[in-house]
Design a protein around this ligand. Structure first.
Ligand code: AP5
Ligand code: MG
Length: 191
């Protein structure tokens, strides 16, 4: 099985590249951001709590997102692999993912981090904010999302570094050029 963690700051292209990866490798896509936005849209209790946190650009609690991940793993027991997009975002989430996958005799194959400079992230997200109205794509929240990433999420890279499972990929340029770089690093772990 191929289990990929697609990692990177807000606007680095995790969602965009996930679509191409699932098409090529037939993986199940799990984006904690998308799952949370579904809860917000359905106006569930969890969604109402999460919206306030997401609109500030802070992280939703580890226990909530880990619960969502466990549900998805159970729902797709027969998947040929997963792509985790925007998860894990804390070292605690990375540890819990390891435990959850172990229950299915699985592990993370590779963590790919997309590297994009801050100015480019802000530019992409402001543009999307104008086009789609995503509520956390405004200048103030974008700034905080990037700060939260640098403070709370970057340590996850060290967790996978220690296991020799971390590959950095240049996330600038055309979507296809970035995808080529991603397939190259995946080809090195495929058995
Ligand atoms: P989440 O939904 O994960 O958002 P994010 O990490 O901020 O990232 P984005 O979805 O904005 O960007 P992306 O990297 O997917 O890029 P995309 O492909 O869309 O999280 C949202 C919130 O939910 C968090 O702030 C937090 O509150 C909460 N949350 C989620 N997961 C959590 C967790 N695990 N723990 C706790 N809280 C959690 O691209 C961005 C834009 O750029 C698009 O418009 C795209 O078309 C464009 N673009 C893509 N590639 C290129 C390119 N090569 N050139 C030019 N433009 C490009
Ligand atoms: Mg995304």
């Amino acid at each position: 099985m191929l289990n990929i963690v697609l990692f990177g700051p807000p606007g680095s292209g995790k969602g965009t590249q996930s679509e191409k990866i699932i098409e090529k490798y037939g993986l199940v896509h799990i984006s904690t951001g998308d799952l949370l936005r579904e809860e917000v849209a359905a106006k569930t209790d969890l969604g109402m709590q999460a919206k306030e946190i997401m609109d500030k650009g802070e992280l939703v609690s580890d226990s909530i997102v880990i619960g969502m991940i466990r549900n998805k793993l159970e729902e797709h027991r027969d998947a040929s692999g997963f792509i985790f997009d925007g998860f894990p975002r804390t070292v605690e989430q990375a540890r819990e993912l390891r435990k959850a996958l172990t229950d299915y005799d699985q592990s993370v194959s590779l963590m790919i981090s997309l590297e994009v400079p801050r100015e480019e992230l802000v530019k992409r997200l402001l543009k999307r904010g104008e086009e789609t109205g995503r509520s956390d794509d405004n200048l103030e929240t974008i700034g905080n999302r990037i700060d939260v990433y640098n403070r709370q999420t970057i340590p996850v890279t060290y967790y996978y570094d220690k296991m020799h499972k971390h590959a950095s990929v240049d996330g600038t340029g055309s979507i296809d050029a970035i995808f080529d770089r991603i397939t190259e690093v995946i080809s090195k772990v495929q058995i």
